[in-house]
Ligand binder design. Structure first.
Ligand SMILES: C[S@@+](CC[C@H](N)C(=O)[O-])C[C@H]1O[C@@H](n2cnc3c(N)ncnc32)[C@H](O)[C@@H]1O
Length: 276
């Protein structure tokens, strides 16, 4: 089994779309009329979910009609949100086939199939022509990426000169050695965290410029602690990302919080650009 296959198996198997539909119905959401906003508790599959996507989007210079690439698009929540908000086109790519299938079915459900299309593929070898996108982003994907030079090189290749590239990830903290399981790995298998300074150096080496980085640990910690509190009170919503995280969800969330508190991980957001 290749490393990529085991990472994909870790994230999603079986009929992810049916599981989401069942949870939607259990939460009283009608699939016939569901909106991008109603899907948000599940389909923004990263720390802090939808609010984090909104805050990132606030900083992106996207205009109507542009072509944007989402590398590691998951089940497509961020892609649909950006497409709807900016009236742009988003191409998503992800190594996890069941996520891509769910992404395309959810996109059809909300009627955005003319603006959003997801396909299976590896961010280290993108299935797109050179210089075709006005911007790109990758939210919480690179923790599983062994070859950062290839991943960033591919993003650089498919972007037009002057395009933006945004990245969020859990970097390696100064203490290192994160507690597992975490969302991206059960036991450390398939996990390739590097320190934020190494990520910046890799982006610079690729050719990206205007690299703006900031720590997001405090905000993530707040989000994780809120989820822990709700879980302890038995008040977690039926329709939430635990559908995707599986049985280990409570432990995963606790570890994600502890790792930040103990400086084992150091979450960051980076926005940079391909020189014009
Ligand atoms: C935490 S989820 C984030 C999904 C999405 N970006 C979001 O924010 O909703 C991580 C995603 O990265 C994908 N992934 C991991 N390694 C990848 C790679 N080399 N190429 C493309 N996708 C990858 C996984 O399949 C998974 O869908």
């Amino acid at each position: 089994m290749t490393d990529t296959q085991s990472i994909s198996d870790h994230w999603g198997s079986g009929d992810v779309y049916s599981r989401i539909l069942q949870a939607m119905q259990a939460a009283g959401i009608d699939p016939e009329t569901v909106t991008v906003e109603q899907l948000a508790p599940v389909d923004h599959f990263h720390a802090r979910g939808f609010p984090a996507t909104i805050e990132l989007a606030d900083e992106l210079p996207i205009t109507a009609g542009q072509r944007i690439v989402d590398i590691g698009c998951g089940i497509g929540g961020p892609a649909r949100y950006l497409a709807q908000r900016f009236d742009c086109h988003v191409s998503g790519v992800d190594i996890t086939g069941p996520f891509v299938d769910a992404a395309n079915s959810l996109t059809a459900l909300v009627g955005l199939q003319d603006q959003v299309a997801c396909r299976t593929g590896d961010g280290q070898n993108l299935p797109y022509e050179d210089s075709v996108f006005d911007g790109g982003y990758s939210q919480h994907v690179t923790m599983n990426v062994a070859d950062r030079a290839a991943f960033f090189g591919e993003a650089f290749r498919v972007l037009k000169p002057g395009a933006f590239f945004a990245l969020t990830e859990h970097g390696l903290g100064v203490t290192g050695n994160p507690h597992h399981p975490v969302p991206w790995s059960k036991d450390g298998t398939g996990a390739y965290l590097i320190q934020p300074s190494e990520t910046v150096a890799a982006l610079e080496e690729t050719g990206f410029s205007d690299i703006q980085m900031r720590g997001t640990g405090d905000k993530y910690l707040e989000g994780y602690n809120r989820a822990i509190e709700l879980a302890e009170k038995g008040e977690l919503p039926v329709f939430g990302v635990h559908i995707l995280l599986g049985k280990q969800a409570p432990q995963i969330v606790r570890n994600a919080a502890r790792n930040i508190e103990e400086n084992r991980t150091h979450p960051i957001q980076i926005i940079c650009s391909k020189p014009g």
